[in-house]
Design a protein around this ligand. Sequence first.
Ligand code: ADP
Length: 232
Amino acid sequence: MVELKNVNVHYKDGAKNGVDALHDINLRINDGEFVFIVGDSGAGKSTMLKLLTREIVPTNGRVFVNGYNLSKMRSRKIPYFRRSLGMIFQDFRLIPDLTVYENVAFVLRVTDKSNKYIRQRVPYVLNLVKLADKAKAKPTQLSGGEQQRVAIARAFATDPGLIIADEPTGNIDPKLSYEIVELLKDINKCGTTILMVTHEHDLVQYFGGRIINLSKGSIAFDDYIGGEDEGE
Ligand code: ADP
């Protein structure tokens, strides 16, 4: 569950009197939801994601994610909190020297999962993103779309409560963007909450669902729209 209560973020640097990047944000996202976050450049999307990953704390207000009160969390607890999140970035952020298999196994090793579990889990998640046959490849041998699928497998490997995808389709062929969102939808069906920031209006219109539109630091729209994809 994600909850923001009366959240303000004021950056002191930047403009002369500082910048109100977010003001009076109230928001609740329940477990199992799939939410698109949209908004123009400068609207406050990155600031919101930084709040949710505890890179920053709000100037005022409270932020709760996966049962953690982030406004009060001590620094030493942050790494444990972050293990309850999966992150997907526009630029994939795979480790270039490791194989696809090892990129996914790596996040399980750092969270002390047993070798037996890793040997089961990695093939399972690579199969889910349809990349079982690329397990031995290095990221540079893959297309952008394939690299992002590895990143999705890695984010889901730890079975996080929440996956945050920051412009995950920004660097890949527009035709393949739909495939990426479909995969995130499949993962969402397994119970993981998904928050996806995107600029791509076509994608949002196609899939529909809950859309949060940020504008100048406020929530301009937060509602459900019908999608064009049949069967949803
Ligand atoms: P978005 O991700 O929607 O483009 P941001 O959250 O990056 O928006 O930015 C929201 C506002 O806060 C913008 O006016 C931006 O210039 C400002 N801002 C973002 N980060 C900082 C910072 N570290 N210091 C000062 N101003 C910032």
